[in-house]
Design a protein around this ligand. Structure first.
Ligand SMILES: Nc1ncnc2c1ncn2[C@@H]1O[C@H](COP(=O)(O)OP(=O)(O)OP(=O)(O)O)[C@@H](O)[C@H]1O
Length: 551
C-alpha cells in the first residue's frame, strides 16, 4: 500500500449526490464517503471503495449540454435543480463477479469546477498511459465456424466495443479456411506493427495461432524447428483468447472462465501469463506443438472415433468416450522419460497453479539457469539433466498433461497439480487393468479421490519423453502410410469385435488433433509463449489488505 505522500490528487468530489474524499496514487483510485459524525459505527455499510489503476479501463468526461463541447455524446447532469454548472467524469473499471468473471463497471464523480475535473481526467489518463504492458494495436483472427458459429457476433457485440472504449486499435481478419491464420502468421503478417494477437474461436483456433507464431519466431531467429534438440526462441507477442468454440479449455485454464467479456478485459489491462509448450517430433521431423494434452490409447481413440461423428456436435465426445471405454483396447510400447530434477512440486501434491504461482516462478528460474549453463557447456548440462528412465508395458492410456486440463465438464482435470509454466509435463501411465478398475480411475477425475492412487497408474513430472509402439521398436520410422494400414486393419477389428483382434496401434491426440505418427519425441520448452491472462485468481483472506479502507 502506498503512503499518503505518494498521492497524486486528493479532492472532495460527489458520487451520487454524496460527498466523498477521492484520492489517486500511482496504483490506486480511492473514494471514501465523508461522514458527518466522527463516531465509529460498526454496523454501517462500507463507504470506502478503491480500484487498482491497472484495472481502470478508461476515463470519460461528462459535461452539461451547454458546456464547451456539444457533439451530442455528452450526458446531461441535472444536479440541484440545474443551477450548478458542475462537471463530471466517469471511470470505467474492472469489477469481479462470481466464477472468475470480470465486468466493466463505472462510477461517476462530480467536480465543483471544470478545471478540477480536467485535472482529474488528465491525471488518470497519464497513469493509464504509463502502463507499458497495455496493448495498443492488436491483430485479431476470427474463426467464423467455431462452436455454434457465433464468433463474429461475439467479437462485434461484446469485445470490439470494449477495445474501442480502451483506445485499443485492431486489424481484424476473418479466416477463410482451416490453417488460414497459421499460414498468415507464418509468412504475411506484419508482426512488428502489433502488440499482440487475439484469436476468436476454440482450442483448435488457438493451436493455429501458436503454430504460426512459434514457427515465425524460429524462422526469423534462425532456429531449425525440425531439430528436436534445438531450444526454441520465445515469441515476443502475447496471445489473447476470446472463447467462441465448442472446446475452450485453454481459456478456462488461464482465466478461470469461458466468458468473452472477461477475456477482453484481461487483454485490455495487459495481463501476462507465461506458458510452456511441448514440441513433438518424429525422427527429427517436426509434427506439432502441444500446450495441454498429449494422449495415446484411450484419449487418442476417443478423438479418432469422435472425428467420424462430427455431425453430432459436442455430444460426440460422450458417445465416443463410452464406446472406447467398452472397447477397452490396450497398446504395447516403450516409454522413456527424463524426470524433472530439483524442482518444486510433485504431480500428487495439493498445490494448484494459480495467479502468480510460486512453483512456476521458482521452476521457471531454475530451468532458465540450466539453459544458460547448457549454452556455456553442453556436456556439463547433459550430465546434470539426469538419467533417462525406461518403462515397457501394455497401456490403456499414456497421457502427458502440460496443464491441469480442467474444464467446466471436469473441474479437477487430468492432472490437478500440473502447472502452466514450470517447464514440465505430467506423464500419466495407465497400465492394462480390468474395465472396472479403469472405470474407478476415470470416475476419480470428478471426485475428491486421488486418481493416481491406484496400483496400475503412475505419474511422473518430466522434461522430455519418447514413446515407441511395440511393433515399431526395431523400425522407428513408422510412416503415415504404414500407420494408415494398421488403422484400417484396426478399424475392421473394431467393427467386428467377434474376431477378437485388437489393433496394434492407437493414435496420439495432440490438443485435439490426431498426430500422423505414433513414435514420438516430446520436449517441454519452458515459458515459450505468453497469454493476455493472469492465471486463475484465488481470493484470499489477505485480499482486503490491499484495500486501504480496510486497514
Ligand atoms: N474459416 C474456416 N473454415 C473452416 N475451418 C476453419 C476456419 N478457420 C479455422 N478453422 C479450423 O476450425 C477448427 C476448429 O476451430 P475452433 O477450435 O475455433 O472451433 P471449435 O468449435 O472449438 O472446434 P471443435 O469443434 O474442433 O472443438 C480449427 O482446427 C481451425 O483450424
Amino acid at each position: 500500500m502506498e503512503r499518503p505522500s505518494r498521492l497524486l490528487l486528493v479532492s472532495e468530489l460527489r458520487v451520487r449526490n454524496s460527498a466523498y474524499d477521492v484520492s489517486l496514487s500511482r496504483s490506486l483510485l480511492t473514494w471514501k464517503r465523508r461522514t458527518s459524525s466522527p463516531v465509529y459505527h460498526p454496523f454501517r455499510p462500507s463507504v470506502c471503495h478503491s480500484v487498482s489503476v491497472s484495472e481502470i479501463i478508461s476515463v470519460r468526461e461528462e459535461e452539461e449540454e451547454n458546456g464547451c463541447k456539444d457533439d451530442g455524446s455528452w450526458k446531461k447532469i441535472n444536479e440541484r435543480e440545474g443551477k450548478d454548472c458542475r462537471q463530471a467524469f466517469t471511470v470505467l473499471h474492472v469489477e469481479r463477479c462470481p466464477q472468475h468473471r470480470w465486468r466493466c463497471a463505472e462510477v461517476s464523480f462530480t467536480c465543483p469546477e471544470a478545471a478540477l475535473c480536467q485535472r482529474w481526467v488528465t491525471g488518470i489518463r497519464e497513469q493509464l498511459a504509463a502502463i507499458a504492458s497495455r496493448p495498443k494495436q492488436l491483430l485479431v483472427y476470427i474463426n467464423p465456424y467455431s462452436g455454434k458459429q457465433h464468433g463474429k457476433h461475439i467479437y462485434e457485440q461484446k469485445v470490439a466495443p470494449l477495445f474501442a472504449l480502451a483506445g485499443v486499435t485492431t486489424h481484424v481478419i476473418v479466416t477463410e479456411h482451416a490453417n488460414y491464420a497459421r499460414d498468415h502468421l507464418r509468412t504475411e503478417a506484419e508482426l512488428k506493427k502489433f502488440d499482440g494477437v487475439v484469436c476468436v474461436g476454440g482450442d483448435g483456433m488457438f493451436s493455429e495461432i501458436i503454430h504460426g507464431l512459434i514457427w515465425r519466431s524460429q524462422v526469423d531467429g534462425g532456429v531449425d524447428p525440425n531439430c528436436a534438440d534445438e531450444s526454441l526462441l520465445p515469441s515476443s507477442l502475447r496471445i489473447g483468447i476470446i472463447p467462441a468454440g465448442s472446446t475452450d479449455c485453454i481459456c478456462f485454464a488461464t482465466v478461470g472462465s469461458n466468458d468473452p467479456v472477461t477475456s477482453a478485459l484481461h487483454i485490455i489491462v495487459g495481463d501476462s501469463q507465461p506458458m510452456d509448450v511441448c514440441s513433438v517430433h518424429h525422427n527429427n521431423t517436426f509434427l506439432r506443438y502441444s500446450v495441454s494434452l498429449l494422449g495415446y490409447g484411450f484419449y487418442g481413440d476417443v478423438l479418432t472415433d469422435s472425428e467420424r461423428k462430427r455431425w453430432m456436435g459436442p455430444a460426440r465426445y460422450d458417445l465416443s468416450g463410452v464406446k472406447m471405454f467398452l472397447t477397452h483396447h490396450y497398446y504395447e510400447g516403450t516409454v522413456s522419460y527424463l524426470p524433472a530434477r530439483g524442482i518444486m512440486g510433485t504431480p500428487r501434491d495439493a498445490s494448484r497453479c494459480r495467479s502468480g504461482c510460486v512453483i512456476c516462478q521458482h521452476n521457471g528460474r531454475l530451468i532458465s539457469k540450466k539453459a544458460e549453463r547448457y549454452q556455456m557447456d553442453e556436456e556439463t548440462d547433459r550430465e546434470g539433466e539426469g538419467e533417462w528412465k525406461t518403462i515397457r508395458g501394455k497401456f490403456l492410456a499414456i497421457n502427458a498433461a502440460s496443464m491441469s486440463c480442467a474444464c467446466p465438464r471436469s473441474p479437477k482435470g487430468l492432472s490437478p497439480a500440473a502447472h502452466l509454466a514450470d517447464g514440465t509435463t505430467d506423464l500419466i501411465l495407465v497400465r492394462k487393468c480390468s474395465r472396472f478398475d479403469f472405470l474407478r480411475h476415470l470416475l476419480r477425475h470428478t471426485s475428491k479421490d486421488d486418481q493416481f492412487d491406484l496400483n496400475f497408474v503412475e505419474v511422473h513430472r518430466v522434461r522430455r519423453f519418447c514413446f515407441t509402439p511395440r511393433h515399431c521398436q526395431s523400425d522407428s520410422d513408422l510412416d503415415l502410410r504404414e500407420n494408415g494400414k494398421h488403422q484400417i486393419f484396426g478399424q475392421i477389428c473394431r467393427n467386428h469385435p467377434a474376431c477378437g483382434c485388437a489393433p496394434a496401434y492407437s493414435s496420439w491426440n495432440c490438443d485435439g488433433e490426431i498426430l500422423t505418427h505414433t513414435a514420438i519425441d516430446v520436449r517441454v520448452h519452458s515459458n515459450l509463449i505468453k497469454l493476455f491472462a493472469r492465471g486463475i485468481e484465488e481470493p484470499t483472506v489477505f485480499d482486503d489488505l490491499t484495500n486501504p479502507c480496510a486497514i
